[in-house]
Design a protein around this ligand. Structure first.
Ligand code: 6PG
Length: 255
């Protein structure tokens, strides 16, 4: 665990998601005031749904400067955007469909394309979004979840490929929880350039991985969430009691 990591443990899920929404709004306002836009990378899966539902209704709906938000995805399953398993589709249904006007920019991973083509296209989108010859924008916030196997985005356990450190977006194939296996994911260099990372992790099924990632020895091949170590950014973990039940040091147990 790096020095720039904060872990907050909640005994109530509504409280966790309220803090997540408040943090997102705070970072959005700060980014827009400082740089004129808020670059936000979103995750998929079930954990962020209550957060997305909050963003689609007052007070957060009205607090976010949507016209100055640039939306990205940290990963995407290679399915059409209207597919029930699409991460874009989930956010579109829960949030975008409820906005009075679209966000400033939406950089969607083209899940309907072949993975390699979608990864190449997203690499170009990232470069375009960054401008001034940079390969990707520096995200003001990257929202991340974690799988029960410790995966993050679509970076799964196993030897890290060369492309994972040399390219901003890559195609991967991985079986997890019966979800679409063909994916496109951003890579650690992009996430680790972010100003802020916000992990949302809930549920007893995540307890072993969370303890290994936060308190175990460094083993990023086995625990991909350990690959997220931003050089300058702050990593905040919002976790519930059940996911935190195997933590020791962070709970002041075990000396
Ligand atoms: C996805 C996410 C993935 C997710 C974890 C946790 O495409 O599903 O990007 O990395 O965050 O698999 O998923 P849950 O939140 O559903 O447990």
């Amino acid at each position: 665990m790096t020095g720039k990591t904060v872990v907050l443990i909640f005994d109530d899920l509504p409280g966790l998601y309220d803090v997540a929404a408040e943090r997102l709004v705070y970072l959005a306002k700060k980014a827009v005031a400082g740089r004129g836009r808020f670059c936000l990378a979103l995750s998929g899966g079930g954990t962020p749904r209550p957060l997305f539902e909050r963003l689609a209704r007052p007070p957060y709906l009205d607090q976010l400067p949507w016209s100055q938000v640039a939306l990205f995805w940290g990963d995407e399953r290679c399915v059409p955007p209207d597919h029930p398993e699409s991460s874009f589709g989930q956010f579109n249904q829960l949030v975008l469909a409820h906005l009075p006007a679209p966000p400033g920019q939406v950089y969607r991973i083209r899940g309907e394309w072949e993975p390699a083509a979608a990864a190449a296209d997203y690499t170009e989108q990232l470069q375009q979004a960054a401008g001034s010859g940079q390969p990707w924008p520096r995200f003001d916030l990257a929202l991340l979840g974690m799988g029960e196997d410790g995966h993050v985005a679509s970076l799964f356990p196993g030897p890290m490929s060369e492309t994972e450190s040399s390219r901003p977006a890559i195609a991967v194939t991985a079986e997890y929880a019966g979800r679409p296996a063909r994916r496109v994911t951003l890579t650690p260099p992009v996430f680790n350039d972010a100003r802020h990372i916000l992990f949302l992790v809930t549920g007893a099924g995540k307890a072993e991985a969370l303890a290994a990632v936060l308190e175990g020895p460094p083993d990023p091949a086995r625990w991909p969430a350990q690959r997220i170590r931003p050089a300058q950014g702050l990593v905040m973990w919002l976790v519930d009691e059940t996911a935190a039940r195997s933590l020791r040091q962070l709970r002041g147990e075990g000396g």
